[in-house]
Design a protein around this ligand. Sequence first.
Ligand SMILES: N[C@@H](CCC(=O)N[C@@H](CS)C(=O)NCC(=O)O)C(=O)O
Length: 236
Amino acid sequence: MLELWSGPTPNGRKVSIFLEEAGLEWCWHYVDILDGDQFKPEFLALNPNNKFPVLRDPEGPDGEPITLWESGAILVYLAEKTGRFLPPSPAGRYTMLQWIMFQMAGVGPMFGQFAHFFYYAKDKIPYAIDRYRRETERLMRVMDQHLQARSYFVEETYTIADMCILPWVINRLDATPGQRPHLEAWAQRLRARPAVQRGLVAFDEKVRPEIIQGGLKGFSDEHRAVLFGAEQYRER
Ligand SMILES: N[C@@H](CCC(=O)N[C@@H](CS)C(=O)NCC(=O)O)C(=O)O
Protein backbone atom coordinates (compact mmCIF):
# COMPACT_ATOMS: atom_id res chain seq x y z
CA MET A 1 0.00 0.00 0.00
CA LEU A 2 1.09 3.58 -0.66
CA GLU A 3 2.26 5.38 2.47
CA LEU A 4 2.05 9.14 2.84
CA TRP A 5 3.77 11.21 5.52
CA SER A 6 1.77 14.41 5.64
CA GLY A 7 -0.39 16.88 7.52
CA PRO A 8 -3.07 19.54 7.06
CA THR A 9 -1.33 22.05 4.78
CA PRO A 10 -1.59 22.91 1.06
CA ASN A 11 1.42 20.78 0.09
CA GLY A 12 -0.01 17.82 1.98
CA ARG A 13 -3.49 18.22 0.55
CA LYS A 14 -2.48 18.29 -3.10
CA VAL A 15 -1.28 14.69 -2.78
CA SER A 16 -4.35 13.49 -0.84
CA ILE A 17 -6.53 15.00 -3.58
CA PHE A 18 -4.74 12.88 -6.18
CA LEU A 19 -4.93 9.72 -4.07
CA GLU A 20 -8.66 10.20 -3.58
CA GLU A 21 -9.28 11.10 -7.22
CA ALA A 22 -7.43 8.02 -8.43
CA GLY A 23 -9.13 5.80 -5.84
CA LEU A 24 -5.78 4.42 -4.68
CA GLU A 25 -5.32 2.59 -1.42
CA TRP A 26 -3.12 4.61 0.90
CA CYS A 27 -2.31 5.10 4.53
CA TRP A 28 -1.22 8.21 6.35
CA HIS A 29 1.52 8.92 8.89
CA TYR A 30 1.00 12.22 10.65
CA VAL A 31 4.04 14.52 10.87
CA ASP A 32 3.58 17.18 13.54
CA ILE A 33 5.85 19.95 12.26
CA LEU A 34 5.18 22.19 15.27
CA ASP A 35 6.45 19.50 17.61
CA GLY A 36 9.51 18.83 15.45
CA ASP A 37 8.61 15.39 14.05
CA GLN A 38 10.31 16.44 10.81
CA PHE A 39 13.71 16.47 12.56
CA LYS A 40 13.48 12.95 14.00
CA PRO A 41 16.12 10.64 12.52
CA GLU A 42 13.49 8.27 11.14
CA PHE A 43 11.85 11.12 9.22
CA LEU A 44 15.14 12.63 8.04
CA ALA A 45 15.98 9.18 6.64
CA LEU A 46 12.92 9.59 4.38
CA ASN A 47 13.48 13.27 3.57
CA PRO A 48 16.76 14.97 4.52
CA ASN A 49 15.04 18.29 3.72
CA ASN A 50 12.81 17.88 6.83
CA LYS A 51 9.50 18.56 5.12
CA PHE A 52 6.34 16.69 4.24
CA PRO A 53 4.77 15.33 2.06
CA VAL A 54 6.76 12.15 1.54
CA LEU A 55 5.40 9.20 -0.42
CA ARG A 56 6.57 5.62 -0.25
CA ASP A 57 5.45 3.19 -2.92
CA PRO A 58 6.46 -0.42 -2.20
CA GLU A 59 5.88 -1.16 -5.88
CA GLY A 60 7.81 1.55 -7.69
CA PRO A 61 9.60 1.41 -11.04
CA ASP A 62 10.88 -2.09 -11.88
CA GLY A 63 8.87 -3.42 -8.93
CA GLU A 64 11.32 -1.84 -6.46
CA PRO A 65 10.19 0.39 -3.55
CA ILE A 66 10.56 4.12 -4.09
CA THR A 67 10.49 7.00 -1.59
CA LEU A 68 9.84 10.49 -2.93
CA TRP A 69 9.61 13.98 -1.49
CA GLU A 70 8.71 17.33 -3.09
CA SER A 71 4.98 17.38 -3.72
CA GLY A 72 5.28 18.28 -7.42
CA ALA A 73 7.52 15.27 -8.07
CA ILE A 74 5.12 13.06 -6.10
CA LEU A 75 2.19 14.19 -8.25
CA VAL A 76 4.08 13.61 -11.50
CA TYR A 77 5.14 10.17 -10.26
CA LEU A 78 1.61 9.14 -9.28
CA ALA A 79 0.06 10.49 -12.48
CA GLU A 80 2.59 8.68 -14.66
CA LYS A 81 2.32 5.47 -12.63
CA THR A 82 -1.47 5.37 -12.96
CA GLY A 83 -1.81 7.16 -16.32
CA ARG A 84 -4.45 9.40 -14.70
CA PHE A 85 -4.96 13.16 -14.75
CA LEU A 86 -2.47 13.82 -17.53
CA PRO A 87 -3.16 15.82 -20.70
CA PRO A 88 -3.65 13.78 -23.87
CA SER A 89 -1.01 15.56 -26.01
CA PRO A 90 2.78 15.95 -25.62
CA ALA A 91 2.40 19.74 -25.80
CA GLY A 92 -0.21 19.55 -23.05
CA ARG A 93 2.21 17.59 -20.90
CA TYR A 94 4.77 20.42 -21.07
CA THR A 95 2.09 23.00 -20.32
CA MET A 96 1.11 20.91 -17.30
CA LEU A 97 4.74 20.80 -16.10
CA GLN A 98 4.99 24.55 -16.64
CA TRP A 99 2.07 25.19 -14.27
CA ILE A 100 3.36 22.69 -11.73
CA MET A 101 6.70 24.51 -11.71
CA PHE A 102 4.89 27.84 -11.49
CA GLN A 103 3.14 26.56 -8.38
CA MET A 104 6.24 24.98 -6.84
CA ALA A 105 8.65 27.84 -7.56
CA GLY A 106 6.24 30.79 -7.41
CA VAL A 107 2.92 30.27 -5.68
CA GLY A 108 4.18 28.07 -2.83
CA PRO A 109 7.20 30.16 -1.82
CA MET A 110 5.55 33.57 -2.30
CA PHE A 111 2.25 32.69 -0.61
CA GLY A 112 4.28 30.99 2.11
CA GLN A 113 6.43 34.05 2.74
CA PHE A 114 3.34 36.25 2.82
CA ALA A 115 1.76 33.99 5.46
CA HIS A 116 5.05 34.00 7.37
CA PHE A 117 5.46 37.76 7.58
CA PHE A 118 1.75 38.57 7.87
CA TYR A 119 0.66 35.89 10.37
CA TYR A 120 3.57 34.13 12.02
CA ALA A 121 6.47 36.59 12.37
CA LYS A 122 6.50 38.41 15.67
CA ASP A 123 8.04 41.51 14.11
CA LYS A 124 5.57 42.95 11.64
CA ILE A 125 7.84 44.36 8.93
CA PRO A 126 5.75 46.50 6.55
CA TYR A 127 8.20 46.17 3.66
CA ALA A 128 8.20 42.35 3.81
CA ILE A 129 4.43 42.11 4.25
CA ASP A 130 3.86 44.46 1.35
CA ARG A 131 6.41 42.78 -0.89
CA TYR A 132 4.87 39.28 -0.49
CA ARG A 133 1.26 40.48 -0.48
CA ARG A 134 1.84 42.18 -3.83
CA GLU A 135 3.66 39.20 -5.25
CA THR A 136 0.82 36.93 -4.04
CA GLU A 137 -1.75 39.16 -5.71
CA ARG A 138 0.30 39.32 -8.91
CA LEU A 139 0.38 35.51 -9.09
CA MET A 140 -3.38 35.38 -8.39
CA ARG A 141 -3.90 37.77 -11.32
CA VAL A 142 -1.75 35.66 -13.67
CA MET A 143 -3.82 32.56 -12.82
CA ASP A 144 -7.13 34.42 -13.04
CA GLN A 145 -6.30 35.78 -16.49
CA HIS A 146 -5.15 32.36 -17.71
CA LEU A 147 -8.47 30.81 -16.64
CA GLN A 148 -10.54 33.45 -18.37
CA ALA A 149 -10.51 31.41 -21.60
CA ARG A 150 -10.33 27.81 -20.32
CA SER A 151 -11.85 25.49 -17.75
CA TYR A 152 -8.59 24.10 -16.31
CA PHE A 153 -4.93 25.08 -16.28
CA VAL A 154 -4.25 22.81 -19.26
CA GLU A 155 -7.09 23.76 -21.58
CA GLU A 156 -10.11 21.50 -21.05
CA THR A 157 -8.36 18.66 -19.21
CA TYR A 158 -8.41 18.31 -15.43
CA THR A 159 -4.81 17.44 -14.53
CA ILE A 160 -2.41 17.30 -11.61
CA ALA A 161 -1.57 20.97 -12.31
CA ASP A 162 -5.06 21.85 -11.02
CA MET A 163 -4.61 19.62 -7.97
CA CYS A 164 -1.23 21.22 -7.29
CA ILE A 165 -2.59 24.76 -7.32
CA LEU A 166 -6.03 24.41 -5.69
CA PRO A 167 -5.05 24.01 -2.01
CA TRP A 168 -2.79 27.06 -2.27
CA VAL A 169 -5.34 29.47 -3.68
CA ILE A 170 -8.51 28.59 -1.77
CA ASN A 171 -7.58 30.44 1.41
CA ARG A 172 -6.71 33.53 -0.59
CA LEU A 173 -9.93 33.31 -2.65
CA ASP A 174 -11.98 32.89 0.53
CA ALA A 175 -10.22 35.91 2.06
CA THR A 176 -10.82 38.15 -0.95
CA PRO A 177 -14.14 37.06 -2.52
CA GLY A 178 -15.18 38.52 -5.87
CA GLN A 179 -11.72 39.72 -6.86
CA ARG A 180 -10.61 36.89 -9.16
CA PRO A 181 -13.80 35.61 -10.83
CA HIS A 182 -12.21 33.13 -13.26
CA LEU A 183 -10.01 31.57 -10.60
CA GLU A 184 -13.01 31.45 -8.28
CA ALA A 185 -15.17 29.68 -10.89
CA TRP A 186 -12.38 27.16 -11.49
CA ALA A 187 -12.00 26.53 -7.75
CA GLN A 188 -15.76 26.01 -7.40
CA ARG A 189 -15.68 23.52 -10.28
CA LEU A 190 -12.97 21.53 -8.50
CA ARG A 191 -14.46 21.82 -5.03
CA ALA A 192 -17.71 20.32 -6.36
CA ARG A 193 -15.84 17.03 -6.91
CA PRO A 194 -16.34 14.55 -4.05
CA ALA A 195 -12.74 13.29 -4.30
CA VAL A 196 -11.39 16.85 -4.02
CA GLN A 197 -13.59 17.39 -0.97
CA ARG A 198 -12.24 14.21 0.63
CA GLY A 199 -8.65 15.11 -0.27
CA LEU A 200 -8.96 18.61 1.18
CA VAL A 201 -10.16 17.39 4.57
CA ALA A 202 -8.09 14.19 4.76
CA PHE A 203 -5.85 15.54 7.53
CA ASP A 204 -8.25 17.93 9.22
CA GLU A 205 -8.46 15.94 12.43
CA LYS A 206 -4.94 17.24 13.10
CA VAL A 207 -5.59 20.89 12.28
CA ARG A 208 -4.33 23.03 15.12
CA PRO A 209 -5.61 26.58 15.33
CA GLU A 210 -2.06 27.87 15.47
CA ILE A 211 -1.06 26.51 12.07
CA ILE A 212 -3.98 27.62 9.99
CA GLN A 213 -3.57 30.99 8.38
CA GLY A 214 -4.77 33.72 10.69
CA GLY A 215 -4.76 31.49 13.73
CA LEU A 216 -1.90 32.89 15.75
CA LYS A 217 -3.45 31.93 19.05
CA GLY A 218 -1.26 29.37 20.72
CA PHE A 219 1.62 29.74 18.27
CA SER A 220 4.33 29.80 20.90
CA ASP A 221 8.00 30.75 20.95
CA GLU A 222 8.75 27.00 21.07
CA HIS A 223 6.82 26.52 17.84
CA ARG A 224 8.68 29.44 16.29
CA ALA A 225 12.01 27.92 17.35
CA VAL A 226 11.08 24.63 15.71
CA LEU A 227 9.87 26.08 12.43
CA PHE A 228 11.79 29.34 12.08
CA GLY A 229 14.57 29.32 14.65
CA ALA A 230 17.21 27.28 16.46
CA GLU A 231 15.79 23.82 15.74
CA GLN A 232 15.24 24.52 12.04
CA TYR A 233 18.78 25.83 11.51
CA ARG A 234 20.75 23.57 13.84
CA GLU A 235 23.61 21.78 12.04
CA ARG A 236 22.88 18.05 11.92
N1 LIG B 1 8.59 22.28 -1.85
C1 LIG B 1 8.13 21.37 -0.84
C2 LIG B 1 7.67 22.16 0.37
C3 LIG B 1 7.28 21.26 1.51
C4 LIG B 1 6.97 22.04 2.77
O1 LIG B 1 7.27 23.24 2.90
N2 LIG B 1 6.42 21.33 3.74
C5 LIG B 1 6.08 21.95 5.01
C6 LIG B 1 4.63 21.63 5.33
S1 LIG B 1 3.60 22.23 4.04
C7 LIG B 1 6.94 21.33 6.10
O2 LIG B 1 7.00 20.14 6.21
N3 LIG B 1 7.62 22.18 6.90
C8 LIG B 1 8.42 21.74 7.99
C9 LIG B 1 9.69 22.53 8.13
O3 LIG B 1 9.97 23.40 7.29
O4 LIG B 1 10.42 22.26 9.09
C10 LIG B 1 6.99 20.52 -1.39
O5 LIG B 1 6.22 21.03 -2.20
O6 LIG B 1 6.88 19.33 -1.02
